[in-house]
Design a protein. Sequence first.
Length: 274
Amino acid sequence: MPEPHPDTTVLVSPVYLAGEGSAEPALRPLLEAGFRQEDDALGNARLTSPTQRHRVDYMPRGLTQVQWRISEGPDRYTPPIWQAAFTDNTPPEVVAAFTTALAQDESPWPGGRRPRADDVLRPLAEAGWRRRENEWEIDFTSPDHLATVSYDTTPGHPLDSGYEPWLISGARNLGHGHDWYAAFTTHTPTRLVTAVATRLSSPEPVPRTTTETLHPEATVTHSAVRSSTPTDASRALAARSCTRATTGGSQPQPSPMPVHKANQAASARPRHRR
């Protein structure tokens, strides 16, 4: 059977090995929910929710390995209540699981104690991910050992909204530059982290060109598919990109309290826990 052309679109799984693709799946639910987009001259974007409480920074031309930063707070100048960060190489469908859940329910953080991890970890257990637990953390590793979801069980200070108990890694052990990380701070709503875990554990394939797939020998490749008709969201993004290229734009203001763990993990590849 002949090899597919490098530009052929195929369906691959698991999603955590799919590599980077178009950001449209992650941006579309936000734009459809009325998030307002501001672009800078470099190609980075900030999307702000209709309530002004939620901000999504998409930074393909950023200065760090964090490509997505999502947060909730009363305004852009106040330290956020919670933050989520995804590094480069994160499949956009993984980010889309988070942004879709956020767009569907933009309820403000209700307060309270640190959420239980059971709801987040249940989809992984049901999908056959292997659980390992010790006195300070719970790890779930995918059946192929190429993705991990870790939950730090050591108690953080209840008022420390920057503490990051959740760390997800994908495309592990495939060589430098292939892996990706996501981190979520203490008060990140459980339903949002659960949405990511559910997508990670799903065998549903995602479209990629054959040159975009990070590690073809580790993925299941399905039949080639036709390119879909551009959606309204993709047309809007393309129009914004054209406008940005000709007119420039304001630089989105960074969140005042950056997420560290995803950046540190990406910088320290491979990562070693305690």
